[in-house]
Design a protein. Sequence first.
Lengths: 167, 163
Amino acid sequence: MSRGLAREPRRSNPVARRAALEGVRACPVAAPNLRGEDPEGTRGERSRGGKPFSGFPAALHGSRNTGRGSRRSLPEARFPKPRLNSINRCEIISQMSLTAQQAERAFALIANPPPGSKLAAAKEFGIDLTLLLANLALTPTERLQKAFAVAAFHEELRQAGQRHRMK
Amino acid sequence: MINLQKALDALRDSGVEFVLIGGAAMVAHGSAQVTQDLDICYERSRENISRLARALAPTHPRLRGAPGDLPFRFDVETIERGLNFTLTTDFGDLDLMGEVAGLGPYSAVRAASESMLVFGESCKLLSLVGLIKAKKAAGRPRDLAAVAELEALRELRRKLGNK
């Protein structure tokens, strides 16, 4: 096999591993920090490339659509790397929402929500449950950083669209 | 776009009593919403209003969407005469709510809040149950989608054995 071509995606967590086993293409959610900065260094390995957010083209045309992603996509749940002797490590320990076992269980729940459950209702409503699972694997701070980074990128796209239309 | 960390630091450093509500609180609980502003519910005592005015004064708060030449002074008197303010500051858009539909004044919002570590410090934010009540009371179409998502998050947490 030639080196330097397609790289095998990292599957160190149970959700991604299971997705691979089931033949589902793991699709990254929008990167929390779209400029590639990682000042805290706690986000661990991030997926690279992948399908862009479905909301991006709409933002270019001036939409305020939040681009919640495709229902068909399956994001990799990410587990931030704990750093020793840092406040972030404390956050991860005290507030990290999912253990590996819980991630497995959560994956099963969102893949096949029990009939009549709130999860099933949300799926029926059009909520992408895989995005919730990906978020639950982050700390609250990381969730906020991710959401505001995506919002900032949407704003940049919106302004780019505006500039384009004014030409 | 709000600079969340700076805005929270300014409020916390001045000792403002507040609870994070709205989209940012939803995101902190795991929602996939993308939010552009920061919504907080603040306590309406004179001391707290004074702290709030002092915390935000350096950020040049002005009324969002109002004509640029409309005179507006963000001080204790103005805040006491009003209740909810939609502001633009140097940090970004900030919504100040004196009370939250479906919950009531700050005391009720605080009772429905929980603490989380946000940017390394403890921060009160509206619980999932509180957010669901507030969104149901707001009743806009986009709030219905938010309710469905929050209910799913709540169920997911319950089934996974989290609080």
